[in-house]
Design a protein around this ligand. Structure first.
Ligand code: ADP
Ligand code: MG
Length: 327
């Protein structure tokens, strides 16, 4: 590594170490962390995930450095949330077309601000030259000895989602089509600065065995739960959580007609979709109320291995597109 690279890492990516369990962070060949420092007696497992964002593919090329920092953290932290893991450490691999101090300053300030707020340590990474691309690896404790896994849906489980769906899809549409409408600002914010559901997930894992985060659209992501669990589901469109901003968008720009395939098939919402056994439903609902997380029951897991959506008149709706295809 050249001196210039080392200076860059030192300047931008050596935040104050905010965790006792980090013995060695950036600077050596590897980071060293001490698992035994975690004071949860039941914790014997760590969840590990990684995700890459490529400029022009996962975000529009003119996305701000701050927004990219928010997004790369959210997509990874959302994966930890979906397992019920408590985020602890991240590694950051940056590929940059050039050394742009203005960009690096903005990116790293935003990045470090979120890490500090969530008590997560940056413990290493890699810095290379090339087309803009950001890879993050995130690791978190399964502090209670429990986890939520895609394969654990059971017949009769109720299907829930947090928050609202389709906001990021509308946000992307606004960004791509240069629609400037103050009433849609929340959608653009949801696209650029999604909030992973980490806090909620940490309590939810006590009452739930099966979850996924909605990165590729509800139909595709719930589809992963169904195939991993070898089950089916029925969904009620009438119960789908749609924000006022998204309703406004379809009123104003969509001939007054909600495009369900856009809402259920576009990704980037980073909400949680999870299934709960009947006897735990009251607990899950109470938890969401306590934490002021919007929760909607959208359907049920079925023996019949199909994903069927019913409209308000109980008519089955077919959706041609199902989720974001990477290839
Ligand atoms: P190596 O030659 O062993 O791959 P590098 O020269 O890539 O090491 O990195 C030197 C040190 O700086 C390592 O400890 C690495 O984890 C850290 N590092 C490199 N890039 C970043 C980054 N973007 N953020 C945080 N730490 C980084
Ligand atoms: Mg390296």
């Amino acid at each position: 590594m050249s001196m210039a690279e080392f200076d860059l890492i030192k300047k931008y990516f050596c935040p104050e170490n905010n965790r006792q369990d980090v013995i060695l962070a950036a600077g050596d060949d590897c980071a060293i962390v001490d698992f035994s420092q975690n004071n949860q007696p039941n914790c014997h497992a760590v969840a590990i995930t990684t995700d890459t964002l490529i400029s022009g593919t996962h975000f529009p090329v003119d996305t701000s450095a701050e927004d990219i920092a928010c997004k790369v953290l959210a997509v990874n932290l959302s994966d930890l949330a979906a397992m019920g893991a408590d985020p602890a450490w991240v590694c950051l691999s940056l590929t940059l077309p050039e050394v742009d101090h203005h960009w690096l300053e903005a990116f790293s300030n935003q990045f470090k601000q979120i890490l500090a707020a969530m008590n997560i340590a940056l413990i290493g990474g890699d810095t290379t030259r090339g087309p803009l691309s950001i890879t993050l690896q995130a690791m978190g404790f399964l502090s209670t000895g429990r986890s939520m896994q895609r394969s654990q849906a059971k017949v009769g489980d109720k299907i829930f989602v947090t928050g609202t769906l389709g906001d990021a899809a509308v946000g992307l549409y606004c960004v791509q089509n240069k629609i400037q409408d103050e009433s849609l600002a929340a959608c653009v914010l949801k696209l650029n600065r999604p909030q992973a559901r980490n806090q909620f997930a940490l309590s939810l894992v006590q009452h739930c065995d099966c979850a996924i985060d909605i990165s590729d659209g509800l139909l595709a992501d719930l589809g992963h739960i169904l195939s991993a669990s070898d089950k089916g589901a029925h969904l009620n469109l009438a119960d789908m959580p749609v924000s006022n901003a998204v309703r406004y968008y379809f009123n104003q720009y969509g001939n007054n007609q909600i495009d369900w395939s856009m809402i259920l098939s576009h990704g980037d919402d980073y909400e949680l979709c999870f299934t709960v056994a009947q006897e735990e439903v009251t607990n899950a609902v109470a938890l969401a109320e306590t934490q002021q997380v919007k929760l909607s029951c959208i359907g049920e897991i079925t023996e019949q291995k199909q994903l069927r959506c019913f409209d308000e008149k109980n008519k089955i709706i077919d959706f041609p597109v199902s989720g974001y295809l990477h290839f």
